[in-house]
Design a binder for this molecule. Structure first.
Ligand SMILES: [Mg+2]
Length: 220
């Protein structure tokens, strides 16, 4: 596949992922890989390492499904109040550098601007409450609204019934290559990979997609 750099003259709609793309993925990684295992360990009288060894395969078995992001599912599975635990570490929710300026510029340029996320409503609500980004978008759609995760190419057809966009004049910003892959199959033209998804990990460019460290690199 040819790497295509964004050409703002031919873009009328911008779709952006939330976690890792607009917000620091450190929050999510820390929450699922450290905080939840620690709470699970306390509750079950096991060590943090034992908890992690038990939980990681359980997480992985739900990847690329709607269950993975469904907080109610995990509350029930782990017998923990996952939304309440998220609130306990909400101070770690942070917006990536250049994001607010980028959103403003996209709006000023007259493009349609939508947040499109696999996140569950309860995660979305908490993050929008903490970051106050919601009003900057023309709309917010979650995969739970569509009934399938973004990794499924049929997701984009479902999204199109809610948001009017033309794949050939749309830009998608994402930190998950599998989602860019499903969008490519559907025909979305401008695919941007956010390499600096977590402040705790070194950025790593994609070999397949146009990569940026932050949105300052592709300001309209
Ligand atoms: Mg993401």
């Amino acid at each position: 596949m040819k790497i295509i750099s964004p050409n703002w003259n031919s873009i009328d709609t911008v779709l952006l992922d939330m976690d890792g793309t607009l917000l620091d993925k450190y929050f999510d990684d820390h929450f699922w890989e450290e905080y939840v295992p620690a709470q699970y360990a306390l509750r079950n009288g096991i060590s943090d390492d034992q908890a992690r060894a038990e939980l990681m395969p359980r997480y992985r078995s739900r990847e690329k499904t709607l269950e993975w992001t469904n907080l109610d599912f995990w509350s029930q599975q782990l017998d923990l109040d996952i939304p309440a635990l998220k609130r306990q570490v909400q101070h770690l929710i942070a917006v990536h550098p250049k994001v607010v300026e980028f959103l403003d510029r996209v709006k000023e340029a007259g493009k349609g601007l939508y947040l499109v996320t696999n996140a569950h409503d309860k995660t979305l609500d908490l993050k929008m409450e903490r970051t106050a980004l919601a009003h900057r978008f023309d709309g917010i759609v979650t995969s739970h609204d569509i009934g399938m995760p973004k990794e499924d190419p049929a997701f984009w057809e479902g999204l199109r019934r809610i948001i009017p966009f033309h794949p050939e004049s749309t830009l998608l910003g994402e930190d998950t290559e599998a989602v860019l892959g499903s969008a490519a199959l559907y025909g979305i033209r401008y695919l941007v990979f956010v390499a600096g998804s977590s402040s705790a990990k070194p950025p790593k460019d994609s070999e397949t997609y146009y990569s940026v460290r932050d949105f300052g690199e592709i300001m309209p």
